[in-house]
Write a protein that binds this ligand. Sequence first.
Ligand SMILES: Cc1ncc(COP(=O)(O)O)c(C=O)c1O
Length: 453
Amino acid sequence: MEPMKVVLSDDEIPRQWYNVMADLPTPMSPPLHPGTGQPIAAQDLAPVFPMNLIEQEVSTERWIDIPEPVLEKYLLWRPSPLCRARQFEKVLDAPVRIYYKNEGMSPAGSHKPNTAIAQAYYNKVFGIKRLSTETGAGQWGSALSMACKMFGLQCRVFMVRVSFEQKPYRRLMMMTWGGECISSPSDRTRAGRQILAENPDSPGSLGIAISEAIEDAVGDETARYSLGSVLNHVLLHQTIIGLEAQKQLAKIGEYPDVVLGCAGGGSNFAGISLPFVRDKLHGKQVEIVAAEPTSCPTLTRGPFAYDFGDTAMTTPLLPMHTLGHGFLPAPIHAGGLRYHGMAPIVSHLVKEGVVEARAFNQIETFTAGVQWAQTEGFIPAPETNHVIAAVVQEAERARQEGKEKVILFNWSGHGIIDLPAYDAFFSGKLTPYELPEEEILKALESIAGLPKP
Ligand SMILES: Cc1ncc(COP(=O)(O)O)c(C=O)c1O
């Protein structure tokens, strides 16, 4: 019988993360100081992040050891299984073998604890007492609340208002793990109060919540800010996913033709794909595809430009695909994909043609997600539905080309706490929304005067 899942034993867990910065064929543009427009110095970031994570952010070491206390926590659920989606393959009726990493098995239900645990650990070692962060869908906020509790830190989470209202259970998860969850925009910060004064009904956005969390952190010497995606060190921690997948595929003598992930800020996509990017840069034939929503098409329709990571323009200027920091994404149910920017590493790889991006609308993604649930059982998070839609498309292509393909993708999280989104889909309330060109042009006005990479 062909294997349905490949598991690694505890002692086969990778002991190092992979840093793609060591292998990039062309250099990335540096982040710029928002005041001076000059490349940012490590010291400039010190009020925001602990120095040990800043060192990782700028590191060009290819392999970085995973500290023992982090590995110990990873072993609560890692190595995550590599599963074969045989029932899904049957309904797609295409010449494909589909493998996926099930990151929904973590205590918080997604890939987010892979970096939450690492970040909580490094902050603890640096002597920090409290972390402040933002969350979209609530996946990140719950993961960080759990990680902080494990390492004895306090955690404050600014949750995008539309998700705060749509997802009360995520807030309760944060509370269960001892985190404090605040609806954003809030009256706790200057940035939040300013947004509320302009628009009391603002649905919030990740950009606004980031501004609030940074302001909250830099105002308290014992606190630091923590980001769940986008930054180099976050992507680094997520590479454990792809590294495990490589070991697991090698055990059964498989290698993927295509590697896919959904992309909000780019962390789970990078997590599964960067070890394969390394292979590709060394001559392997492998397609690497990021799936994003048509309502927030950062990679497929946003220019590659310098932009702020947040709405209040407090972060360094990052070289990335962006829809402009003033962009307020439509309140789609995939809250974790509602971000105006994208990880600089992922943006760079798209710009260089190493990685490809495709966009899918909500109807396509929920149709694929329901088909998945009805065959493979596990109910995917709305974000994860985007990559499943891309897998469906890939299978269709294989059928049309009459070519056998091995597909590997990252099943980034489960949707058990996102069932109201499924309710909206079943009752016909979702639309195949595509961001109109005028809105993109309007949103991009906010980056018109910024330096160009
Ligand atoms: C389940 C799930 N998948 C994907 C994402 C998108 O984030 P990223 O692109 O950083 O992986 C999120 C973000 O909250 C998420 O919760």
